[in-house]
Design a protein around this ligand. Structure first.
Ligand code: 5RP
Length: 231
């Protein structure tokens, strides 16, 4: 079996360290993306070994993958609180403030993260940054409000680009909304930007996760670093 790249190995090890925290009886939130996919695979193995858990997914793709891995899934619409959420990030700073949404699932991811008693963010070391903004910030936008919200993003200093498929059609979220990637450059006031974006009607969700992450597991060549939020 192929062992994968060093980055894949780092993602897998961070994911497996997080899945080791799952205890019997927990209701677990499963993130979206390639790092979260390693967590789903690891949890599937633990379930096959006898671990009794239920889970909710943060995207349709995650729900399908988790079911295929043999994990008992609930509809999040029937859930208000989860015990532990494990999810990746596109970048994360030393204060555990992250940009998510590279996979376009940040609206559901934010809801599930906020429902959780604890959230572990799993990344490879290439995702850690000193200041957020090295990558675009994704936002989910009601199609009706596309130009209105894009203008508001420009007024906040960002450059909005509607995410497109290779065939030239827009990428749609699981809720059939647009995804707009907004390049702001270094984000020196993430809380200010988050509240300014939240105030724009038609902007349904942004990828800034500023308070949700409790622990950060970073896969590195020299082993996984497990960091806990200090405040
Ligand atoms: C999906 C996300 C992902 O967690 C983020 O894009 C990281 O993905 P990957 O683990 O594939 O690098 O926020 O909306």
């Amino acid at each position: 079996m192929a062992t994968g790249t060093a980055t894949d190995r780092a993602k897998r090890e961070a994911a497996e360290a997080a899945v080791a925290e799952i205890a019997s009886g927990m209701l677990v939130g499963l993130g979206t993306g390639s790092t979260a996919a390693f967590a789903i695979a690891a949890l599937g193995r633990r379930v096959r070994e006898g671990l009794q858990v239920t889970a909710v997914g943060t995207s349709l793709a995650t729900e399908a993958a988790a079911r295929a891995a043999g994990i008992a899934m609930l509809d999040f619409a029937d859930v208000a609180h989860t015990d532990l959420v494990i999810d990746g990030a596109d970048e994360i700073d030393p204060a555990f403030r992250a940009i998510k949404g590279g996979g376009g699932a940040m609206l559901r991811e934010k809801i599930v993260a906020t429902s959780a008693a604890r959230m572990i963010c799993i990344v490879d070391s290439g995702k850690t940054v000193a200041t957020l903004g090295t990558r675009p910030l994704p936002i989910e936008v009601l199609p009706f409000a596309r130009n209105f919200v894009s203008d508001a993003v420009r007024a906040l200093g960002g450059e909005p680009i509607v995410r497109m498929m290779p065939d030239g059609t827009p990428v749609l979220s699981d809720q059939a909304n647009l995804l707009i990637d907004c390049r702001f450059g270094p984000i020196t006031d993430p809380a200010g930007l988050a509240s300014a974006l939240t105030a724009v009607p038609g902007m349904l969700g942004h990828g800034l996760f500023l308070t949700e992450i409790d622990a950060l597991f970073v896969g590195r060549d020299e082993g996984t670093a497990r960091l806990e939020r200090r405040n």
